[in-house]
Design a protein around this ligand. Structure first.
Ligand code: APR
Length: 230
C-alpha cells in the first residue's frame, strides 16, 4: 500500500464551525496570543488561559467532522494514511481516521503542570483552577504553546520522509517547526496543497495547488486518488 501523509491545519475544521487563527475573524484577532497561548500567560493568568481553552473545547464537542475529514478517513480503504495535524480538535478521529499525530496537542486532554508525563482525558468541556494531577499540581491544557518545544516533531518528520503522496490542507504554513514538514517529504513524490487562499511556499517540487475549500477540494482529490493505482 502506498503511504499518504496529510498535514492538516485549522482550515480543515473551518467548515465544521471552528475558527482558524489567522484569517479575518480568526482567533488571533479576538485574542492576543501572548495572553492565552504562552508559558508566560499561564504564569500570569491561569484563569484566562483555562477559560480560552474551555471555550474552544466546548465548541469542538458541539462540532462534527465535515466532508474533508471524512474523505481523508475513507482513503484508508486503499492507502496507508497518516494524518499529521496541527489541530487540537478530534474531528479526524471522529471521522474514523486511525493514525493521527497531534503536533500541537489535544484539547480533550490535560496534563500536570509539573510532570509532563502525567496526561489525562478531560471529562466534559471544563478544566478548572483547582483541578489537580495525582502529584497535587494544577492541571493545564495538553497543548503546545508558543515558545514550547514540539515533542511530536521528530516522529512527524520520520513519518513524512516515508510519504509516497503528501497532502496539505488548510494551513497557512506560517508556524514552525510544523510548516517545515512539507520540505521533509521526498522531492519526487506528488504533493497537493488545498486551500482557498494563496499559501506562500517556496522551492517545493511536484506541488499542485488546489484553490478550493477543504470540503470540496479534499473529496475531489480523494476520488481521483482512489481511482488511481495504489
Ligand atoms: N478550507 C481549507 N482551508 C481553509 C478554509 C477552508 N474552508 N478556510 C480557511 N482556510 C485556510 C486559510 O486560507 C489559511 O491558509 O486555512 C489556513 C488557516 O491558517 P491558520 O489560521 O494560520 O491556521 P494553522 O496554519 O493551522 O495555524 C498553525 O498556529 O496559532 C497556532 O497552534 C496554532 O496549530 C495552530 C498553528
Amino acid at each position: 500500500m502506498k503511504k499518504i501523509i496529510a498535514l492538516t491545519g485549522a482550515g480543515i475544521s473551518a467548515e465544521s464551525g471552528l475558527s482558524t487563527f489567522r484569517d479575518s475573524g480568526g482567533l488571533w484577532e479576538e485574542y492576543n496570543v501572548y495572553d492565552v497561548a504562552t508559558p508566560e500567560a499561564w504564569e500570569s493568568n491561569q484563569e484566562l488561559v483555562l477559560e480560552f481553552y474551555n471555550k474552544r473545547r466546548k465548541q469542538v464537542i458541539d462540532a462534527s467532522p465535515n466532508a474533508a475529514h471524512h474523505a481523508l478517513a475513507s482513503m484508508e480503504k486503499k492507502y496507508d494514511v497518516t494524518i499529521i495535524t496541527q489541530n487540537v480538535d478530534d474531528l479526524h478521529e471522529r471521522a474514523g481516521s486511525k493514525n493521527v499525530v497531534h503536533l500541537h496537542g489535544e484539547l480533550g486532554k490535560s496534563r500536570s503542570s509539573t510532570d509532563s508525563s502525567l496526561i489525562y482525558n478531560i471529562e466534559g468541556w471544563e478544566l478548572k483552577p483547582g483541578d489537580l494531577c495525582e502529584k497535587k499540581s494544577q492541571l493545564r491544557p495538553h497543548v503546545v504553546w508558543f515558545g514550547e518545544a514540539v515533542p511530536m516533531m521528530e516522529v512527524a518528520a520520520r513519518i513524512t520522509e516515508q510519504a509516497d503522496i503528501l497532502i496539505v490542507v488548510g494551513s497557512s504554513l506560517s508556524v514552525y517547526p510544523a510548516a517545515g514538514l512539507i520540505s521533509v517529504a521526498k522531492k519526487n513524490i506528488p504533493k497537493y496543497l488545498i486551500d482557498p487562499k494563496e499559501v506562500s511556499v517556496h522551492d517545493i517540487d511536484n506541488l499542485s495547488c488546489i484553490k478550493e475549500k477543504a470540503s470540496i477540494g479534499v473529496p475531489k482529490l480523494a476520488k481521483t486518488l482512489m481511482e488511481n493505482e495504489s
